[in-house]
Design a protein around this ligand. Structure first.
Ligand SMILES: [Zn+2]
Length: 251
């Protein structure tokens, strides 16, 4: 069986692949946190895993390491069964991933972050990793350049930024209908906090919890989500993410 997922391969296969030009490895970092009454807690983890897989396939000669399914989700803990790592813990896990993978000879280590809370600890870790491995490219992608793609989707479907939503809104509900419809409770779709998230609002929920801005845990509007749109979101993100990563690799 051939695979690009290292946890599905034997060390013999992996050694052979690295020797034959698989110089890059990618892994996703998601979360296990509430995504409203309709979407599963693995929403970010599933997106991270799928996107890391797409990146590996698109770049070619790239292997995928296991997705880290739990992240920093402190401000979602009000909602049952959200699991949050401390920022330091997440940083240490990612550091251990990088040290392990770097030791096996990968030249490029790419991290795909699907959840905002994970960015800070990973961003803080990278200078140390770059110093330790000056000859390697180690970087992450987290929605740096995604806004124009969001605006295009919004225009196409008549949705505002607020409705597309930064958490469990039209985007994530549509993507989940595309990726894992069996896990989605469509009958519970709601319109949540659908205004723009201003810096003031972000500061509030980060300090006091998500429940202080949205009772259901939804930021955005899920009520018009469709699987077709989910594919559309993924394709348009792909058009942004893949060139971004290729540019980083060429630099
Ligand atoms: Zn999410």
């Amino acid at each position: 069986m051939d695979s690009i997922r290292i946890d599905e391969l034997t060390w013999v296969d992996i050694k052979e692949k690295i020797e034959n030009g698989f110089k890059s490895v990618v892994f996703g970092v998601g979360s296990t946190e509430q995504h409203g009454p309709s979407l599963p807690e693995k929403t970010d983890a599933l997106q991270a895993d799928n996107f890391a897989n797409i990146i590996a396939l698109e770049l070619r000669n790239t292997l995928q390491a296991p997705t880290i399914n739990v992240g920093f989700s402190g401000y979602h803990l009000h909602f049952p069964a959200t699991i949050s790592l401390r920022k330091e813990t997440l940083g240490m896990i990612v550091e251990d991933y990088i040290n392990s993978l770097a030791g096996h000879g990968f030249e490029n280590i790419i991290i795909f972050i699907s959840h905002g809370g994970n960015e800070e600890p990973i961003k803080n870790l990278l200078p140390k990793m770059k110093e330790k491995y000056p000859d390697k490219k180690i970087f992450y992608y987290y929605t740096q350049e995604i806004l124009p793609a969001m605006r295009d989707i919004g225009q196409k479907y008549g949705l505002s930024f607020g409705e597309i939503g930064s958490h469990a809104g039209d985007m994530e509900a549509s993507v989940m209908l595309y990726l894992a419809p069996e896990l989605v409770r469509k009958d519970r779709f709601v319109r949540g906090y659908a205004k723009m998230i201003t810096p003031r609002v972000r500061k509030k929920y980060r300090a006091e919890g998500f429940q202080t801005i949205t009772e259901t845990g939804v930021v955005g509007d899920q009520t018009k989500a469709t699987a077709e749109k989910g594919l559309d979101y993924m394709e348009s993100f792909k058009k942004v993410v893949i060139p971004y990563i290729k540019r980083q690799l060429e630099d």
